[in-house]
Every structure is written in C-alpha cells, then in structure tokens.
Design a protein around this ligand. Structure first.
Ligand code: SF4
Length: 404
C-alpha cells in the first residue's frame, strides 16, 4: 500500500504539472463570442465589443454580453457557468446561450437544452430570479441552476443599469441556497456521532442500516450528490464552488477521512449501501482466493491513477466520469454507463460490495488517505471481504468486528 500511495501521489503531481505546462504551451481555445451571437440572434448585426462594461450593441438597441465578464465570482458545482445574454432596451432577456461550464454533464444535461433555456426569454431583469418561484428548478441540478440564476441576475442588472440606464435593485434578495446542505449535514453529524459513540459496542450494529437507508434516500435520491472523484479532480484543478452543499460534502468527507478512514463508504455512500443490501440476499458467494482478491483490489488504484493522469493533463474532468453512482442517481448516462451500473449491481449477489472492492475510484482515494487504526481484527461476515487483520485502508468502519 505504501508503494501504491507513493506511485499515485507522484502520478497526480506529475499530471498536474504536465497539465499546467501544456496549458502554457497550448493555451485553451478562446470562446468565439461573435459566432455564438450570430447563432443566437442571426437577424441582428452587433458592434465590436465595447468596454466598461464589456458588451456588444445591435442597431435596434439590443445589448449582448458574456456574464463572466460582469459577474465572474458566481460559481456552480465546479466553477463559473459562462453565459451569453442579450437584453432588450426595456430590460428583458432576448437571447441566452451557455458558453462554457465545468459541471457534471449527467446532472445538467437538461439545463443545457434549448427547451429549458427558452423559458428565460422575456424575463425582466427586475424580477427576483428565485428558484421554483419565477425560475424553474431542476431536481438533481439544484446547485448549477442556482448558480446560473445568480450569474444571470447579477450580470443583467449590472448591464441594465450601467448601459441601458434602467434602475434596478442591485442588492436584491439573495438567491436562496437550497436547504439540501442542512439535510446532508444533519445526516452526517448523526451518523458520525453514532459511529464514534458505539464503535466499542456490538449491540447497536444494526442501527447502521438506518443510516444506510437514509443515505440512499437523502444523498442518492433527494440530493443526488454522492461524494464523487470528480469533487477531488475539481479541487486539484482549483475549481471550487460557492455552493453550501458542495462545501458541506467536501468538508464532512475530509473530516471523517482524517478521523475515521473510509467511514463515508461504510455509513453514507448510497451506492455502497445499495450494494451491501443486495449482497445480503442469501445467495452463495463466490469463494475468491485471498491472493486473487488482493490483485483485483489493486485494479481500483490502477484505474484511479490512469484516469487521474488523463484528467489532470487534459484538465477535462468529464474524462474521469466513470462512476456508477453518478449515472444511477442522476438517472442519466450512456448505454455503456448503464451497463456498468447493472453489472456492478448484480455482481453483489456473488461478491459483496463488488464495486467498492475492485473498481470504485472514491474507495481507492479514501483508502489511500486512510490511517491505520487498531481494534479492527475483521471477521467472516465483513461486508468488504477483509480477511482477519485486514488491510486497514480497505476497512469501511462498519463496526462489526471492533475489538475494544
Ligand atoms: S474490517 Fe471490520 S470494521 Fe472493517 S469493514 Fe470489515 S468487519 Fe467492518
């Protein structure tokens, strides 16, 4: 494990440096805003970009601008959502295009469609831009839609008052953050406190099942925000978010990682929970030789290293999107991605926690950062299949074998 840690650490560092070096030699393609303008409003002819504030003007008085020029600090799940907006002289949205974003495609595929974007046409800059009130929310993309609404509202109000002379409320009501972060924090705090209080007792082991079910319901189905390796890649690429849910997921996972290793995998991960429940269906499990099991477990570290290298060199997080839970809980994916979900779910009938043991990139990442902890001798019904005196980095802290 020590060797794997060192190799992966060096790989990640080299890939990050290579990514930065490549970016210096081959700068990213500049967004051709004029081409987008032509596609958005083909009947109009716009001026060259004017400054202070940056905008384009058409003969009929319509103003167009990149929201990133005006409100660059608003960030979605993985950075800014750059829009091209057009405003009519009376302060209504006359056109909208998404120029660029780093959000996970599975979650925002509907947000990008012309059907959804067309709902903003005619919207007045003096409106409140509040999700589920005057803006349609999209479940499973709450954070991204909130960021899009805020960047749209702040930039269009600024342009409306600065260029069109329309009086707007620059300090209008905040776009409320989804209360999802509160439910996440409550679930984490209760599960983590329970873990800490009961890890020396075997009497309450079954209570963990309640947290597993709640994890599926809240983190998987309601928030659709399991901790993902894409969070890690975005952090390594210095792409953060202004979302409280994002912050809560990152902070709680790292705190538990430092204090209790792979606690998240064993108590909260909705896909891990689903896998474990399926694995409990009384079908005879395959008897895998320990040496073979060890070799297969190495696969997840190998995949993580390869994918991390590709993502960090290319600086494109979407190349790292091979996680089954992203497909499952976003209800969106290719045939290949869905096949992986089905195979890795059914495999639990014969090999417990198949995905977590052999393929999961989060399991590999959290395993790499887990510290050794005494008191876990492992036992026969270990859900992760650890042998006696297990590799502690694989342990998901289910408490079944805790020896005080
Ligand atoms: S080693 Fe013990 S605490 Fe860790 S996963 Fe296995 S049974 Fe649970």
């Amino acid at each position: 494990m020590r060797k794997i840690r060192i190799v992966l650490f060096i790989t990640a560092l080299a890939a990050i440096l290579a990514g930065y070096a490549l970016r210096t030699v081959f700068p990213e393609r500049k967004i051709d805003e004029k081409a987008y303008l032509k596609e958005m409003l083909p009947e109009l002819k716009f001026s060259e970009k004017k400054q202070n504030p940056p905008h384009y003007r058409a003969d009929n008085g319509i103003i167009a601008f990149s929201t990133y020029d005006i409100a660059p600090s608003v960030r979605g799940y993985a950075g800014p959502i750059k829009l091209l907006l057009a405003l009519s002289p009376d302060g209504r949205i006359a056109g909208i295009r998404i120029l660029e974003h780093q959000e996970t495609k599975n979650y925002v595929h509907y947000m990008e469609t012309p059907e959804y974007l067309s709902r903003f046409i005619g919207k007045d800059v003096r409106d409140q831009f509040r999700i589920d009130r005057d803006i349609d929310g999209i479940s499973r993309a709450t954070v991204s839609v909130e960021a899009m609404a805020k960047t749209m509202r702040d930039s269009s109000r600024s342009i409306a008052s600065g260029v069109l002379g329309i009086e707007t409320v620059t300090n209008g009501k905040r776009i409320s953050q989804s209360p999802g972060w509160i439910s996440y924090l409550l679930l984490f705090s209760s599960a983590f406190s329970f873990y800490l209080l009961t890890r020396r007792s075997k009497r309450f082991i079954r209570v963990r099942d309640i947290f597993l079910v709640t994890g599926i319901l809240i983190i998987g189905l309601y928030l659709s925000s399991p901790f993902s390796i894409l969070h890690v890649f975005n952090l390594l690429l210095l792409r953060s978010s202004s979302s409280l849910l994002w912050l809560t997921i990152i902070l709680t996972t790292f705190i538990s990682l430092v204090l209790a290793g792979r606690f998240y995998c064993g108590w909260l991960c909705p896909f891990g929970a689903l896998s474990e429940f399926i694995g409990r269906i009384p079908l005879k499990k395959w008897d895998i030789r320990p040496e073979t099991d060890d070799q297969w477990r190495s696969l997840k570290y190998l995949f993580l290293g390869l994918i991390a290298a590709v993502v960090l060199i290319s600086r494109k997080v979407e190349f790292g999107n091979y996680e089954t839970y992203v497909t499952l809980f976003s209800f969106n994916g290719t045939y290949l991605a869905w096949s992986l979900v089905v195979i890795s779910t059914l495999a639990n009938l014969r090999i417990e926690r198949f995905w977590c043991r052999y393929l999961c990139p989060v399991a590999a990442f959290t395993g790499l950062l887990s510290r050794k902890a005494g008191g876990y001798p492992s036992r026969k019904d270990c859900p992760i299949g650890n042998r006696p005196d297990p590799l502690i980095s694989e342990c998901i802290r289910c408490n079944r074998c805790y020896r005080s």
